[in-house]
Write a protein that binds this ligand. Structure first.
Ligand SMILES: CSCCC(=O)C(=O)COP(=O)(O)O
Ligand SMILES: [Zn+2]
Length: 240
């Protein structure tokens, strides 16, 4: 494909906040947190009808703006025939693409982050032996205030509110997670995240800022939950 018909202008900008610049920059930070090691995990940003995302199987912390794919959200009616406005040569789009698209179409998200954080994985493992193994619940922790109340709702959760994050089972191929992710979103319409057992977590937000801070708050809570479990402390308490 020549430069003129591959729409390379869509990923060239001097603006540090342009999605094609921001995704590599965010992934560099996420790598230092252990969120996107060994090519796993990633992030996608939606700007109006344009979706920017990473290639598959690349070291996400080393990506450049010219590695970024761009697609038009409203034209992706058939997932088997996904059309990219801009494709980097010799690469394939991220396997997380349909999951990112679910956050954009079903929740109007502006950014979706997928991490392979060990804290997220450990929480899903700890839940395996609990009666409701498909739901992470925690309350009475200050960091819960880092979350919005939910889809199309104003304001943030309060200290005494219970944060609930559904858990879905992993599949051999990342894209096959899409259906169960969508089912979890329907069952928990206010959630901003879905855990994937023995794999990681998908977190989204209306803006890049909200997706990033919710992902940070959640990772903090997952780590705390693992440490609480080690100390024999419950994740849910009835402090009023
Ligand atoms: C070792 S990563 C396996 C695939 C995965 O879980 C993931 O998040 C990365 O997928 P991508 O296609 O973006 O490389
Ligand atoms: Zn993954």
């Amino acid at each position: 494909m020549t430069e003129s018909n591959n729409n390379d202008h869509l990923v060239k900008s001097d603006d540090s906040q342009h999605p094609a610049n921001l995704i590599p920059e965010l992934c560099k930070k996420f790598w230092t947190l252990g969120w996107v090691t060994g090519t796993g995990g990633g992030a996608s940003i939606r700007d109006d009808d344009l979706v920017y995302l990473a290639p598959s199987g690349v070291q996400k912390e080393l990506m450049k703006p010219e590695d970024i794919y761009v697609l038009e959200l409203s034209k992706q009616l058939d997932p088997k025939q996904r059309i990219y406005l801009r494709s980097p040569p010799s690469l394939k789009p991220s396997q997380c693409t349909p999951l990112f698209i679910a956050a954009f179409t079903k929740r109007g998200a502006g950014c979706c982050i997928h991490t392979h954080s060990q804290w997220a994985v450990l929480v899903t493992l700890l839940l395996e032996s609990q009666s409701n193994k498909n739901l992470f619940e925690i309350n009475n922790i200050e960091q819960i205030k880092g979350f919005g109340k939910g889809y199309q709702k104003q304001g943030a959760l309060g200290y005494h509110d219970t944060l609930r994050i559904p858990v879905i089972e992993n599949t051999p191929h990342e894209e096959d997670l899409t259906e169960s992710l969508e089912v979890a979103m329907d069952k928990y319409p206010d959630t901003y995240a879905v855990l994937v057992r023995r794999h990681g977590v998908y977190v989204w937000g209306e803006t890049v800022h909200k997706a990033k801070t919710q992902c940070e708050s959640l990772d903090y809570l997952f780590q705390l939950a693992v440490e609480m479990k080690k100390l024999g402390l419950p994740w849910l308490s009835d402090i009023a």
